[in-house]
Design a protein around this ligand. Structure first.
Ligand code: ZN
Length: 309
C-alpha cells in the first residue's frame, strides 16, 4: 500500500450532529499502542489487505479518539477515514466473500416486512410508490420491497454489492441530484453510525423526499457508551458501539432526533400515525409502530421522520 495517512483520514473538528466545536475527549489511543491491535481484531471480516496496510502502511498510525460534544452530548470519533479510506475499507480491507456468506445467513426479517406493509397502507392512494434503501447492504430490504410492488431504488457506492442487486429488478443509483422531491419512503438502516458527515447526508435525503414523504432511520443504540467505556475499556461491548473505521458515530435516540431536526425533518410520534392512517393497521403493525415511536429496543434505535413544513 502506497497511500499516505493524509489521504486516508479526515479530522472532524466539529460535532457531526450540531456542529459545535466544544467537546471533551473521553478516550484516546494510537492504533499501534500496546493492546490496541487486539481491539481492532474484534472485526472478524478484515482480510489480508487490511493487515498488510496495518503492518506495512499508514493504518497503524491512526488515532482512536473518542469525543463527546459538550453541546448535544453526541459521542463520536474525531479522526475517521476519508472517502478514499472508506472506499478501501468497503472494497478491499473487508473480505467480501466472508461478508457475502454473513449476509446470506441473515434470517428473513419480519420486522422489515411489517414496516413495508405499514408504508404501503400509508400511501395506498398513490399509484406508484418510489422507495429508496440508502446504503443498501446486500439487498434483503430491497428484495422484500420489490416483491411488495414498490418502485424500488438502492443507493450504494460499492460496485460489487450493486452487481448483486441488479438481478432483482432494483434500480441502482449513486447520485441523489436527479431525485429531488422524488421518494415517498426512504429507509436508512444501520448506516449513519458509519459515515463521516451524517448531517450532510440527511440534508440530501430530506431534499429527495416528496413533501408527504417519510424516512425511517435506525442506528445502534449507544446510550450506555460512556458507562461501557468507563467500566470495560477496549472491550467487545465497546467495539459494538464505537470501533475503529466502522462505527464512528455513537447515536442515542435523542441525538438521532436532533440530527433529523437539524436537517429539516420532524420526528413522528404514535399520534401522527393514527391521524395519517386511512386504512386500519393490524396488531403486528401497531405493535411495531409502538416500539419504534415510543420505546426502542436496547440494541437499535429508530425514528420515523417527515419533512418539516
Ligand atoms: Zn453536538
Amino acid at each position: 500500500m502506497t497511500i499516505d495517512k493524509k489521504a486516508l483520514v479526515i479530522n472532524r473538528e466539529a460535532c457531526p450532529v450540531c456542529q459545535s466545536k466544544d467537546r471533551t475527549v473521553l478516550f484516546s489511543s494510537k492504533h499501534n499502542s500496546p493492546g490496541f491491535l487486539d481491539f481492532i481484531k474484534l472485526e472478524k471480516y478484515y482480510g489480508n489487505s487490511f493487515y498488510d496496510g496495518y503492518n506495512n502502511g499508514p493504518l497503524k498510525d491512526l488515532l482512536y479518539n473518542v469525543a463527546e460534544c459538550n453541546n448535544c452530548h453526541f459521542v463520536y470519533l474525531t479522526e475517521v477515514l476519508s472517502d478514499t479510506g472508506m472506499g478501501l475499507l468497503y472494497n478491499e480491507w473487508l473480505d467480501k466473500e466472508l461478508l457475502k456468506v454473513h449476509y446470506s445467513k441473515l434470517p428473513y426479517s419480519t420486522y422489515e416486512e411489517t414496516i413495508l406493509s405499514i408504508i404501503k397502507k400509508h400511501f395506498s392512494k398513490k399509484e406508484k410508490i418510489n422507495l429508496m434503501d440508502f446504503g443498501a447492504g446486500y439487498g434483503n430490504f430491497c428484495s422484500i420491497a420489490t416483491k411488495k410492488g414498490f418502485n424500488t431504488y438502492a443507493f450504494d457506492l460499492s460496485a460489487d454489492k450493486n452487481d448483486h442487486m441488479d438481478s432483482m429488478g432494483v434500480t441502482i443509483i449513486n447520485n441523489l441530484e436527479k431525485f429531488n422531491n422524488y421518494f415517498s419512503f426512504i429507509w436508512v438502516n444501520q448506516v449513519f453510525e458509519h459515515v463521516s458527515d451524517p448531517l450532510g447526508i440527511v440534508k440530501q435525503l430530506q431534499q429527495s423526499l416528496t413533501d408527504d414523504g417519510l424516512i425511517f432511520i435506525a442506528v445502534p443504540d449507544c446510550s450506555n457508551v460512556k458507562k461501557i467505556l468507563g467500566e470495560q475499556g477496549l472491550s467487545q461491548d465497546l467495539f459494538r458501539l464505537v470501533s475503529p473505521h466502522q462505527h464512528i458515530n455513537a447515536f442515542t435516540n435523542s441525538t438521532l432526533k436532533l440530527l433529523g431536526t437539524n436537517a429539516g425533518l420532524t420526528p413522528m410520534g404514535m399520534a401522527d400515525f393514527f391521524q395519517l392512517y386511512n386504512t386500519k393497521l393490524n396488531f403486528a403493525e401497531l405493535k411495531l409502530l409502538a416500539k419504534k415511536t415510543i420505546k426502542n429496543s436496547g440494541f437499535s434505535t429508530g425514528i420515523f421522520f417527515r419533512k418539516t413544513s
